[in-house]
Design a protein around this ligand. Structure first.
Ligand code: FPP
Length: 247
């Protein structure tokens, strides 16, 4: 798309009704690479470039929370060289981008059990979280070794621990108190969930939180996902009538 066309699209966005929280399932890196006769890791490498661009585009239009699904609890089933490449890319991404992220007042958070990740990743991720912890701009929430079912089971276990300690009673459990046990405890539910690559499924992403999230799908692969696709998703979202079960 030409620069003017992108700008024209951007101007169609109602800046007063930007979705506060956007989730993205960054899918299609492997197929993008295969289509070009490249190794799957080349698709992931190209995918990281889109992460940089989309973080920038989202923060510029005042998205408050951006949740990116980078590595799921099921992704451990992939060949070890692909897992290693993904971990390396993650470290490289933080290394390269963290100063800019910090300068843009973005706060990095993670959802998922990062203790199971390689030490090099844990170190970089914790450095990013620590450096940006007082930032007040957009929250960049990265799903790492994250699964929605795992998150819910972890919450139930923690509630039972608190019950044993007398900190919580069954009658105290409701939607709001349950959310305090999720990784996303300080965030609103996603308003918009974007999934490129043509797959029409949730793949274990934020299962509890997406109850009333608006979905936006596209056939393009994540390495082809540009700012204009983000704008298009937001424009479509703004045309929806969200009733949250009401009329
Ligand atoms: C899905 O494509 C993508 C992933 C499992 C990894 C996403 C990770 C990145 C874009 C890079 C690292 C992230 C950050 C935040 C820097 P796929 O491999 O399942 O593609 P396929 O369905 O075509 O095989």
């Amino acid at each position: 798309m030409k620069k003017e066309e992108i700008l024209e699209l951007k101007n169609k966005i109602d800046m007063n009704r930007i979705p506060e929280h956007i989730g993205i399932i960054m899918d299609g890196n492997g197929r993008w690479a295969k289509k070009r006769g490249l190794p799957r890791t080349a698709g992931h490498r190209e995918g990281v470039k889109r992460v940089t661009e989309i973080v920038e585009a989202a923060f510029k239009i005042n998205v408050k929370y951006l949740s990116l699904y980078a590595f799921s609890t099921e992704n451990w089933k992939r060949p070890s060289d692909e897992i290693e490449a993904l971990m390396k890319l993650l470290v490289q991404y933080i290394n390269k981008e963290i100063e800019r992220i910090h300068k843009n007042n973005i706060k990095v958070q993670v959802m998922g059990d990062i203790t199971k990740l390689p030490q090099s990743v844990v170190k970089e991720v914790n450095r990013a979280i620590d450096l940006t912890k007082d930032n007040t701009g957009m929250v960049l929430n990265i799903g790492l070794n994250y699964g929605g079912r795992d998150e819910i089971i972890r919450a139930v276990k923690q509630i039972l621990e608190d019950f044993k300690l007398g900190k919580i009673k069954p009658e105290d459990i409701n939607d709001s108190s349950f959310k305090d046990y999720l990784y996303t405890k300080e965030m609103p539910d996603p308003d918009l969930l974007i999934r490129p690559s043509g797959e029409l499924r949730l793949s274990n992403f934020m299962l509890y939180q997406v109850a009333y999230t608006e979905f936006w799908y596209s056939d393009i692969y994540w390495p082809d996902f540009r700012e204009e696709h983000l704008y298009q998703a937001i424009i479509d979202y703004q045309k929806r009538d969200r009733r949250f079960g009401g009329i």
